[in-house]
Design a protein around this ligand. Sequence first.
Ligand SMILES: NC(=O)c1ccc[n+]([C@@H]2O[C@H](COP(=O)([O-])OP(=O)(O)OC[C@H]3O[C@@H](n4cnc5c(N)ncnc54)[C@H](O)[C@@H]3O)[C@@H](O)[C@H]2O)c1
Length: 452
Amino acid sequence: MIEQESLMLKRSISKNPNKKLNLLVVGGGYVGLTMAVCFADIGCNVVCVDKQKAKINSLSKGKVTIFEKDLDRLLVKNLKSKRLQFKLLANSGDIENSDIIMIAVGTPFDDKLDGYNQRDIYSVAKEIARFINKYTVIVIKSTVEVGTCDKVEQIIKETNPKADIEVVSIPEFLREGSGVYDFFNPERIIVGTGSQRAKEIIKELHKPLQKKKLVYTTRRSSEIIKCASNAFLATKVHFINEMADFCEEVGGNVYEVAYGMGLDKRIGREFLKPGPGYGGGCFPKDAKALASLGKRVGANFNLIECVICANGNRIKGFGQKILRCVKNIKKPKVAFLGLAFKSGTDDCRCSPAVDIVLGLINKGLKVCVYDPAAMKNAKTILKSRVFYAKDEYEAAKGADIIVIGTEWKQFKSLDWQKMGRFVRNKFIFDMRNIVDKQETLKHGFECYKIGC
Ligand SMILES: NC(=O)c1ccc[n+]([C@@H]2O[C@H](COP(=O)([O-])OP(=O)(O)OC[C@H]3O[C@@H](n4cnc5c(N)ncnc54)[C@H](O)[C@@H]3O)[C@@H](O)[C@H]2O)c1
């Protein structure tokens, strides 16, 4: 499908190339790297900088640092074309040459600040300011607190009063796991600016993509749209999770309920899949940051606050459900399959699966984990507190319960006869509802699924 999209895209680019804009991307993480590679692919000259040396070394050699479909192929292609370079530090020339500087550094939630930690954004603004010597558009791609573009503009102007700049908010909506696809097929590109001159450059930048998807707003509205979207999606996920619990109690099937609800266009079918709770590098922190800011300015987000609290309780509750399943077993062993916060990515930030594993080991359970992509990232959190298996079958050796933590496709087609030979007790706790229950029953397993 992506191949087909790329072909369609190539045709549209050749008809519709942009004017070889020079783009500097600051931050080479999930967003920055995807942006850098994809903008190079549609004809821009891109320099991507990151403060992590190992990342830059790896990317410069054509080795991707994140698990993201199609990114490896496009990285190599665009390095070869010389439209893409990676550097540890942007030199003055890179900044001077840039038509657009895109800031895509991380904005983690900081409990002490009770909001985003935007230190990296402000330090980048200071670093680039002194070298700006021609009209440059500064794009804030990171998800930020409302008013950040104003602050970035102020920092740059204070550091270099002659800087001829415009700060534009273009929040990123890519979904990890389909980031490349989302770049080439955006549902909308929100452009927060009041400047006609900046609009022209941003239009040019996105020319090979579908121009009709550009939506102009004020900077503040654009900043709010991003957080509001994520908080809304988190709420939707939580809604169907509660509905799943209700279905379990009263004997309904949450999939039938979600399907029936989703046929109503006002509701929509997306994001009505039950699970252990939302997670990842965005929803939890964006919902929290929005709720905190709301409180500070006296506009309480009661609904979002409830969702944040209930989602945390849900994740803890799943850990307790697993504990209850093995309460009569002496020294129970858990085979935990899937650690990434969702399939298609190696991202373990705020992963419900990882949080549940931590809860289980804190209660003294032995846990053996396996994930097809996220073992390296999970190790940075779980360290030597769990056993790491080379595959699902090794993880199952001597297990009393098999937990499905992430909806990886390969877990759908596990050989349950083979799994049955390895386990001590035949019990499956499917937090992602991907296992074929009838098939597992044939091989003597008992299988718990959510909401059905
Ligand atoms: N990951 C997603 O799916 C996603 C989607 C939409 C928006 N966002 C937002 O985009 C932003 C980036 O997210 P991410 O997931 O890519 O984060 P990330 O942690 O993967 O990447 C951030 C990168 O910025 C680099 N960095 C930090 N300070 C720097 C500096 N001064 N100079 C150069 N590099 C620097 C870090 O080394 C890191 O590689 C966040 O605000 C996030 O909320 C993320």
